[in-house]
Design a protein around this ligand. Structure first.
Ligand code: SAH
Ligand code: SF4
Length: 359
């Protein structure tokens, strides 16, 4: 019999299971709090439960599904990347980024004002079917979806690590391996579980989902009016270039994508972030910046540009500092806010999927 993962269960599913075992319904809340408030990871830690129930939990449910295989630390110690082995032997990676308290004080957690941002970047699939040419995950192809519990457990792992230092996660970004909108149901149930007020109670506004631009899913997401932030991997301002970098563009053109984005903003009132991996001489030119500025005119948005993290399967190179600054300069002349992010964790291959492809 296949043992199910406890993190895959919603509170009501857990309650039904316990009732079926002849346990009182309140046990579900006790277990829920143990998992999502205390971050207990083995049934033995649930000392508030009778030994017989702990035994039943051990026999019937899987608690420890993510086995950390290696953790790499950037040279400044501020970025940690952990490669986990899943139950079926496949691997995913999760990243923790720590920021100095002075960097983003306004982002600090209400209960931990002295602490800087602690952002966890989670994966939603093993590999990815979208085939973006510059992306290490895309280069490995699609292996499988992660279950909602496998997504949640990545967050719990780092919540537990930080707790040991008296810290908490302040932000979650769904920007690890995989395309979250290709695994829509599991990604959303994972977010619901993280949001649960009786459990982890992690605010939707502190979560950002990044998508390559699956238009129907963006429309569905907008209609659901979640408080979750949306980021779009745009990377090119004309269809010919975007076709060559992100194959999904052949299904949904830039104009169709941006129309869905405008509707998302109109429905939710939320600002969209556009991601742009600056590739030297490819999409970091003043022409691309001008074209982009025209396309984004009047939109409630922000452009997040980072120099490309070069990968083995792609010949493109990172932009230069000079080109990156010019790119930002053109956008700001047109009134489009742009941040050029520092490369974090380059020395530990923090780029999407790069550690797993080596493994
Ligand atoms: N599939 C989703 C989320 C995961 S990728 C998406 O594509 O949005 C997270 C971000 O990393 C995306 O913006 C993606 O385009 C970017 N990315 C992937 N490979 C990269 C690389 N080698 N260098 C810089 N950014 C990269
Ligand atoms: Fe998939 Fe995102 Fe990588 Fe594209 S950039 S291949 S969508 S993970």
């Amino acid at each position: 019999m296949e043992v199910s993962l406890i993190y895959d269960l919603s509170l009501s599913e857990l309650a039904s299971l316990l009732v079926a075992w002849g346990e009182p319904a309140y046990r579900a809340r006790q277990i829920w709090r143990g998992l999502y408030r205390n971050f207990w990871k083995t049934p033995e830690e649930f000392t508030n439960l009778p030994a017989s129930l702990r035994k039943k939990l051990t026999e019937s449910l899987l608690f420890n599904n993510l086995v950390p295989v290696t953790t790499l630390r950037s040279s400044d110690g501020e970025t940690l990347k952990t490669l986990f082995r899943l139950q079926d032997g496949k691997a995913v990676e999760t990243v923790l980024m720590k920021y100095d308290p002075s960097v983003a004080v306004h982002q600090a957690h209400r209960d931990h004002p002295g602490q800087g941002r602690r952002t966890v970047c989670i994966s939603t699939q093993v590999g990815c079917a979208m085939g973006c040419v510059f992306c290490a995950t895309g280069q490995m192809g699609f292996k499988r979806h992660l279950s909602s519990g496998e997504i949640v457990a990545q967050v719990m792992y780092f919540a537990r690590q930080l707790l040991a230092q008296g810290e908490v996660i302040t932000n979650v970004v769904v920007m690890g391996m995989g395309e979250p909108f290709h695994n829509y149901e599991n990604t959303m149930s994972a977010i619901d579980r993280l949001n649960d007020r009786g459990g982890y109670n992690f605010g939707a506004r502190r979560i950002t989902i990044s998508t390559v631009g699956l238009v129907p899913a963006i429309r569905r997401f907008a209609a659901e009016k979640r408080q979750v932030n949306l980021a779009i991997s745009l990377h090119a301002a004309n269809d010919e270039l975007r076709d060559s970098m992100l194959p999904i563009n052949k299904s949904y053109t830039i104009d169709e994508l941006l129309a869905a984005c405008r509707d998302f903003i109109a429905i939710t009132g939320r600002r969209i972030t556009f991601e742009w991996a600056l590739v030297n001489g490819v999409n970091d030119t003043p022409e691309q910046a001008q074209l982009l500025a025209r396309k984004l005119k009047g939109m409630l948005c922000h452009v997040n540009a980072i120099p490309l993290n070069p990968t083995d399967g792609y010949s493109g190179q990172a932009t230069t500092r000079k080109h990156a600054e010019e790119f930002k300069e053109v956008l700001s002349r047109f009134g489009i806010p742009c941040t050029v992010r520092l490369r974090r964790g380059m020395d530990i291959h923090a780029g999407c999927g790069q550690l797993v492809s080596e493994y």
